[in-house]
Write a protein that binds this ligand. Structure first.
Ligand code: ADQ
Length: 726
């Protein structure tokens, strides 16, 4: 069984000083409680900060040995670094920005440098512990540089990363001065997980727009590696919460609370004290509810449980004052002798009383302004074993995407929250039971163990895919064999794609002109009497003629429409028409109007819509729409649609690069054939080759080619080896 190394900012234990002595206690909170049972069931190690300075840990040998006995490895951090990393970069920069509070966001070089140092300190501990077969699973926004640092230290390691908070849209993320480093840092992982598809989409968008990497179908092609990103909505320990009703301690706590609450209906609110949780807005909505619905006075109580959090950060101190003030105001305004509308508890509660409150509450009011997931909503629902109870949930919590049967509200709309409270308190029991039944079924199936298993399984499958791709990589030894075969052959054929294969892509097709060095290389290859060179491209015949007309090479233009033999003239592969253009051109024009940055390229027998420079998401969307829109026109006019790299091309049916390549392949008895190509239009060439041919895809990705090279520069350096003979 593979060992699992969980890495998070804090260990799942807390060290506390009581009467001069240090004590170890398990931490509360989603990740720690959720994963504890799972990680104890397999050989695992947890790496994180222990919550006390490195000097203290050193002094207390006993603490160190007890931590190690729990399989917890502390990362030593200095107090100033903890201040600037956790209270600075994490809580004053990343947290507010990623939750769409740019006005609360502070940008400080000192914070950033501490962030780098702390990530490095984590990397040193992890690298010292990790063995080749381990799975390393890094958690959350405090450690976004760690995957990259580990990749440099341990190139072959299996590394996953999970972000527990939202990943913001590109427009917000781009505000961060260190946005590039953060993205590069994350891409050191093999798999990056988020709570929702929206966050995954935002991340992919930023990767594409800021780093320029190709992203498609949850896959990122970084310089030399393939990385996956996907949504894994985190579940809870369902067994634990759905069984609390049976627990004697919970029952006792519930009786105690009930005695104090009398027969009032209970609305429960539970969160850390954080401005993202919408606590003040919730209190104002509750006030509005009491104002509009006097019949509920003396009949309901809002239990407001607030856990102290980040108490040294200014915005949190201000928020505490606001909450205190609002609670006082509401109780002063509506309260009577014997009835206090808001019961305010500012503390962390142990599991049993918290669970007792969950089981007691008629309504859970969960209205964060932004929340990565929100486990309170899930925990409350799981305790509804008799099916009764209503969840009111904010649409901006990740959990809303799974708990659609809750009453979903906009957390800024106080009127809506007040109405939701009435609806919840008056909801017929049968409806409550039905809604909770559906949600509980889902929570049961997708619990925390399933979440962790799905993440690690996908991580391992990504690693496997990377290995398969590496196996296809044309190694140095294979390149020597290839050049050897080439030298010992008498009749050799080289089929070469141009864009993305011999030169990298550029934003404007007209800018990708072959340089002198490339032209000299092709000229030398073509001069070899036993070799025939054919350039097979999607470009127009005029472009190819202008660039390569002076070389002694064969040319194929427009993906196989036009063919020019060495020393011959241009011919079409069959009689083609272009009358259809007058029907298709206006459609493409309207797509250009609707997609800024896109344009039409007109070739003799084809029309191409380019969207490389458009907003990537909009471009992909419009490309899908265009393909749908054109499909019936294409069929009726005997045309075909080709989807290339950021292009949609319309041309006559039956034309492709493979068919053109066959003209050369079938003409002679070649004893060496090499084909190089990068996108799916080259797949037709690869498929047309005999099995003995050397077929090479220039880029990572699935392909019919037998081998792969990672870039155009690797492809041209291989061709240079053919010229040199080694
Ligand atoms: P948090 O912002 O901490 O987590 P949440 O998901 O609600 O928010 O988790 C809070 C946890 O603390 C729950 O397990 C809850 O039971 C516990 N808790 C709350 N109040 C408590 C109290 N008074 N006493 C004791 N325990 C209390 C971050 C992200 C979330 C994401 C989680 C997990 O901000 O969006 O859901 O990580 O990924």
């Amino acid at each position: 069984m593979q060992r699992l190394l969980i890495v998070s900012n804090r260990l799942p234990i807390t060290i506390q000083e009581k009467r001069g002595e240090l004590h170890i206690e398990p931490s509360v909170g989603g990740l720690a409680t959720g994963l504890r049972s799972w990680y104890k069931s397999s050989p695992s190690i947890w790496i994180g900060w222990a919550g006390i300075g490195r000097k203290k840990i050193k002094k207390e040998k006993d603490i160190m040995s007890r931590l190690l006995a729990e399989n917890c490895h502390p990362v030593p951090l200095s107090q100033p670094d903890v201040e600037a990393h956790y209270y600075g970069m994490c809580n004053r920069t990343i947290w507010p920005l990623f939750h769409y509070f740019p006005l609360y966001t502070e940008y400080s070089d000192d914070f950033w440098q501490a962030y780098e140092r702390v990530n490095m300190a984590f990397a040193n501990v992890v690298a010292g512990i990790a063995k080749p077969n381990d799975i390393i699973w890094i958690h959350d926004y405090q450690l976004m540089l760690l995957p990259r640092i580990l990749r440099e230290k341990l190139p072959k390691a299996t590394v996953g990363f999970f972000l527990h908070i939202p990943f913001p849209s590109f427009e917000t993320f781009r505000l961060l001065p260190w946005r590039q480093q953060i993205l590069e840092g994350l891409l050191g992982a093999d798999l990056i997980g988020f709570h929702t598809y929206d966050y995954t989409g935002h991340f992919m968008d930023s990767v594409h727009r800021l780093l320029g990497y190709e992203v498609a179908m949850g896959q990122i092609t970084a310089d030399d590696r393939l990385v996956k990103a996907d949504a894994f909505p985190m579940g809870i320990n369902y067994e634990q919460y759905s069984n609390v009703d049976q627990d004697l301690q919970v029952q006792a706590e519930r009786k105690r609370f009930r005695r104090k609450l009398g027969d009032c209906r209970v609305i429960l609110s539970v969160d850390r004290l954080d401005y993202t949780k919408g606590i003040t807005q919730r209190l104002e909505a509750f006030s509005l509810f009491l104002d509009r619905n006097p019949n509920f006075k003396r009949r309901v109580i809002l239990v407001l449980l607030v856990v102290p959090s980040r108490t040294r950060v200014e915005h949190y101190m201000q928020l505490k004052k606001q909450v205190d003030g609002l609670v006082g105001e509401i109780n002063g305004k509506y309260g009577t002798i014997g009835w206090m509308p808001v019961w305010y508890l500012y503390r962390s509660l142990p599991f049993h009383p918290l669970a007792a409150l969950y089981t007691l509450a008629d309504v859970a009011l969960v209205t964060p302004l932004r929340d990565g997931m929100n486990l309170v909503a899930k925990e409350y629902t799981a305790t509804r074993v008799d099916g009764k109870g209503v969840l009111i949930l904010s649409e901006t919590a990740g959990a809303a995407q799974e708990l659609g049967e809750a009453i979903i509200i906009n957390p800024n709309n106080q009127e809506e929250i007040a109405q939701a409270l009435v609806k919840a308190l008056e909801m017929p029991e049968q409806e409550q039971i039905e809604r909770n039944r559906v949600m509980n079924k889902r929570l049961h199936r997708f619990d925390v163990v399933r979440w962790a298993n799905e993440f690690t399984e996908k991580l391992l499958s990504t690693k496997k895919l990377q290995r398969e791709m590496e196996e296809k990589a044309l190694t140095y030894e294979m390149q020597r064999k290839l050049t050897g075969d080439f030298q010992h052959s008498d009749k050799t054929l080289l089929l070469l794609d141009y864009d993305g294969t011999l030169v990298p892509f550029s934003a404007k097709p007209a800018e990708a002109i072959p340089g002198d060095r490339l032209l000299r290389l092709l000229g030398k290859l073509a001069k070899n009497h036993k070799t025939e060179v054919v350039i097979i491209s999607g470009r127009t015949k005029n472009t190819l003629e202008g660039w390569f007309g002076d070389l002694d090479v064969g040319l194929v233009a427009e993906h196989g429409v036009w063919i020019k033999e060495k020393g011959g003239g241009w011919e079409t592969i069959e009689t083609l028409t272009s009358d259809w253009k007058k029907e298709v051109h206006p459609i493409l024009e309207s797509w250009v109007d609707r997609t800024p940055g896109s344009f039409i390229e007109e070739k003799e027998f084809s029309l191409v819509w380019h969207y490389r420079k458009a907003n990537p998401r909009l471009g992909e969307l419009r490309a899908r729409e265009l393909i749908n829109n054109l499909s019936s026109t294409v069929a009726s006019l005997n045309l075909q649609l080709l989807e290339g790299n950021k292009v949609v091309e319309v041309k006559n049916a039956g034309i492709n690069k493979g068919r053109a390549a066959l003209k050369w392949i079938s003409r002679e008895k070649w004893d060496f054939i090499l084909a190089l190509g990068d996108d799916w239009t080259d797949e037709d060439t690869f498929k047309a080759l005999p099995s003995t041919a050397w077929s090479i895809k220039v880029r990572f990705g699935t392909s019919a080619a037998r081998f792969s090279l990672s870039s155009p520069s690797e492809a041209t350096s291989l061709l240079r080896k053919l010229v040199r003979g080694r």
